[in-house]
Ligand binder design. Structure first.
Ligand SMILES: Nc1nc2c(c(=O)[nH]1)N[C@H]1C(S)=C(S)[C@@H](COP(=O)(O)OP(=O)(O)OC[C@H]3O[C@@H](n4cnc5c(=O)[nH]c(N)nc54)[C@H](O)[C@@H]3O)O[C@H]1N2
Ligand SMILES: Nc1nc2c(c(=O)[nH]1)N[C@H]1C(S)=C(S)[C@@H](COP(=O)(O)OP(=O)(O)OC[C@H]3O[C@@H](n4cnc5c(=O)[nH]c(N)nc54)[C@H](O)[C@@H]3O)O[C@H]1N2
Ligand code: SF4
Ligand SMILES: [Mo]
Length: 709
């Protein structure tokens, strides 16, 4: 598997970060503890030799002087930053003791293991669920990222899978909708630009600001946040009106084309334009381009689903290729994520055989409400008294940050954080544990944005006393008397058994292959033998109460959701007190809050900025670089203004997520975002905020003064 070029050992791995690209990596291994450059594999057909700049410089992160190396115990008041080094045994004993105490005093559900996708490796990410399941602790319902989008996609197709994303290269019109792919999943651009170069395809980008992806577009559609459903309806109106609807396809593959057509009669481009702000002639010409191009590929992202109407928006956009029948053609159809293709038996990893369905599931996004005792968020159960947190930084990334911080400040809450760096969540913990990085442990990976399954093997020794997530869970299970056969296995043995149990051979074979391409065949990927609903049809009429994929039940105002594609006006509307709409789109050189520690990412991102139209800035008497405070009913935060005419007036964009302490006053961007549940299954509407803006009283700290730890 290893090959040698010059004196360097090049080893294979997979990027573990929370990114749909899950790039295949070639890593220079210098010695047992050191790496050099990281490159994208040229052989793996989706990665195709391209990775983002932040991971190419991974040596900066893995060999960072601020990495956590030893277990720590808080020795001063919470948040004081005072910690004393302790041994692993002391740390694990203390956590187990506090978990048992919480269980004795308040029941097992008062313990809440909390995690997310800081690593996408299946063993290290999801193994914490096994501990929760065996111990009947509160279970975790992960809603913060893609729950809204998934519901919208599955409402149409019946499952989360679509056209091979490499087929973008064979498309004649690539519609990049609500994803800033240049920043968030660079490989989309590799395949889209290949189509342009090799076939003269046009690239359309639909977003709320002229971001780095839109700068590469042939057709730019700049809309108001949360209005994509209106745009989609206006487009479909034209498709029916002008004879671009594929009547044969509609009759054969869709549920209610006549009803849809009648419904759309009043959703004219004029109607859509008034809502989304896109001029009528742009809607008309975009619709014509779709109507005249059989091979139209809709690459749908998360961005336009991080709104209170996000699931309905995803469904509305997804209806377009069903109207034109683009699904029938190579290079046509839609793709969001490949969640349904892997079919891995995760019993061992997650302890699925130990679930007690009566145990409550707590919603990740509502952590602020949960920790401050909201009975609805707690599902009328006991308070949360003890937590273990792995792979996530909720004090900075979760919505309703004012509540989150108040929750973590509680003296009666015990928190253990297992981390690679002293994040703002770790800074509020009682016990901090040092974690390995992906090259320092074994794991199993797949890409939400592609079709390759791979093993990422341990390549180098971890620094200090870092332990993997699996080792921590094993150490706690032993002390908590939690019994499951997977607690006795190494991570590699769990990977092996998981692959075997899923009918996919073993770990050695997969590792020797480097990756395995699990792309379903053309007919399946294009739904040519029918969609995944029981009736085999694409559903224009969504049955929101029955969308598959919900594990925790319905939430939010799902009964009011429109069944047919529409503009669902539940987004936060501007009012006199809050004249702006704010989107908190991802920053290119950070990945959530990962890489906020690396010097090159920090210098590229600088201070937290808000993009503001010059006309809006003039009204507020704000000049380039001025500190601006944004606020709403949930709180306020300060950023520096960047005057930019690539947003519509009345729309602000704050590329995120900077550390809270990079903002004057220490409240981060998520003080502005809400955790009111998004229908139909919950989730956070990160880009759907009404805010006021004014010149700030005090400036932001200068970037050099910002220390992460
Ligand atoms: N560099 C970088 N890469 C990342 C991340 C990061 O933080 N930084 N985060 C990672 C994670 S966890 C995820 S889930 C993915 C997410 O990656 P994406 O699928 O790209 O989704 P978002 O990041 O939410 O937003 C994408 C775009 O949607 C736009 N947008 C916001 N509101 C609307 C709207 O109402 N309509 C439309 N049409 N567009 C809108 C935003 O301005 C942004 O440009 O990226 C991953 N990759
Ligand atoms: N305002 C705003 N807020 C957002 C978003 C937005 O667009 N706007 N996006 C949201 C989205 S989509 C998401 S997914 C969340 C993500 O938010 P987070 O889950 O916080 O995101 P990450 O930065 O990917 O990972 C968190 C931590 O995992 C740690 N980590 C990585 N690998 C390991 C490991 O193997 N073991 C352990 N113990 N720790 C590890 C990293 O050091 C990092 O600090 O943020 C959400 N918050
Ligand atoms: S693009 Fe995404 S998956 Fe690829 S290296 Fe960068 S963060 Fe990792
Ligand atoms: Mo995410």
């Amino acid at each position: 598997m290893a090959s040698t070029t010059s004196s360097l050992d090049i080893r294979h791995s997979t990027c573990p970060h929370d990114c749909p690209s899950a790039c295949a990596l070639d890593i220079e291994v210098i010695d047992q503890a050191k790496i050099g450059r990281v490159r994208g594999s040229k052989q793996q057909s989706y990665t195709a030799g391209v990775i983002c700049a932040k991971v190419a410089r991974y040596a900066e992160r893995i060999h960072h002087p601020d990495r956590l190396l030893y277990p720590l115990k808080r020795s001063g008041p919470r948040g004081s930053g005072q910690y004393a080094r302790i041994s692993w045994d002391e740390a694990l004993d203390e956590i187990a003791m506090r978990f048992d105490q919480a269980e004795r005093d308040h029941g097992a559900e008062s313990v809440w293991p909390y995690y997310y996708a800081g690593t996408m490796g299946l063993v290290m990410r999801d193994g914490i669920n096994r501990l929760a399941n065996v111990k009947k602790y509160s279970r975790f319902f992960g809603t913060i990222c893609s729950t809204i989008a998934r519901a919208g996609f599955a409402a149409g197709t019946g499952k989360i899978a679509g056209v091979d994303p490499r087929e973008m290269a064979k498309s004649d019109l690539v519609v990049i909708w609500g994803t800033n792919a240049v920043a968030t999943q660079v490989n989309v651009m590799t395949h889209a630009t290949r189509a342009r170069k090799e076939r003269g395809a046009r690239i359309v980008v639909i977003d709320v600001y002229d971001n780095e992806t839109m700068k590469q577009a042939d057709i730019k559609i700049l809309l108001r946040p949360g209005t994509d459903g209106a745009l989609a309806c206006g487009v479909m109106h034209v498709l029916f009106r002008d004879g671009y609807a594929d009547r044969d396809y509609l009759a054969r593959y869709t549920d209610c084309p006549d009803e849809l057509e009648a419904h759309l009669a009043s959703r004219t481009p004029q109607w859509a334009s008034a809502i989304c702000g896109v001029p009528v002639d742009e809607i008309e010409s975009f619709a014509r381009a779709i109507g005249q191009t059989k091979r139209s590929f809709f690459r749908l992202g998360h961005g336009f689903t991080r709104s209170r109407n996000g699931a309905a928006q995803m469904h509305a956009a997804l209806c377009i290729p069903a109207v034109t029948g683009a699904w029938q053609y190579e290079g046509g159809g839609a793709f969001f994520n490949n969640g349904a293709i892997w079919r891995l038996d995760k019993t061992l990893i997650e302890g699925l055989d130990s679930i007690d369905p009566a145990t409550r599931r707590l919603d990740q996004s509502k952590i602020g409400r949960i920790l401050t005792g909201d009975p609805v968020a707690l599902r009328d159960g006991p308070p949360v008294k003890a937590m273990l947190i792995q792979n996530t930084n909720p004090v900075t990334v979760a919505p309703e940050q004012a509540l989150v911080r108040r929750g973590f400040a509680r003296d009666d809450l015990f928190v253990a954080v297992h981390e690679q760096f002293m994040t703002e969540t770790a800074q509020l913990a009682d016990i901090v544990l040092p974690a390995t990085m992906f090259m320092e442990h074994d794991d199993l990976y797949y890409g939400g944005g592609h079709q390759h399954l791979s093993v990422g093997a341990k390549l180098i020794e971890p620094p200090g006393e870092c332990r993997s997530n699996h080792q921590v869970i094993q150490g706690l299970a032993a002390r908590l008397n939690a019994k499951h056969r997977a607690f006795e296995l190494t991570a590699r043995a769990i990977i092996d058994a998981t692959l075997q149990n899923s009918g996919r051979g073993g770990v050695d074979a997969l590792q020797a292959e480097l990756w395995r391409d699990l792309q379903p065949d053309f007919r399946a990927a294009h739904y040519l033998d029918g969609f995944a609903h029981p009736d085999g049809k694409f559903h224009f009429k969504a049955d929101w109460s029955r969308v598959a994929l919900s594990h925790a039940g319905l939430d939010g105002p799902w009964q009011q959701m429109p069944a047919l594609p529409d503009h669902w006006a539940v987004i936060e509307q501007v009012d006199d007190a809050h004249p702006f709409r704010l989107a908190t789109s991802p920053a290119r050189s950070f990945l959530n809050t990962s890489f906020t520690e690396t010097p090159s990412s920090r210098s590229r991102e600088g201070r937290p900025t808000v993009l503001m139209h010059p006309a809006d800035a003039a009204k507020l008497d704000v000049a380039e670089g001025d500190a601006v405070t944004l606020g709403n009913q949930r709180g306020e935060t300060t950023l520096n203004a960047k005057l930019f005419d690539g947003v519509r007036q009345g729309v602000l964009v704050a590329e995120s997520i900077h550390p809270n302490h990079a903002h004057a006053g220490g409240s981060g961007i998520n003080v502005l975002t809400g955790a009111d549940p998004v229908a139909p299954h919950g989730g956070a509407a990160f880009h759907d905020n009404k805010v006021w803006a004014r010149k700030a009283a005090s400036p932001n700290p200068s970037p050099v003064a910002i220390k992460r730890s």
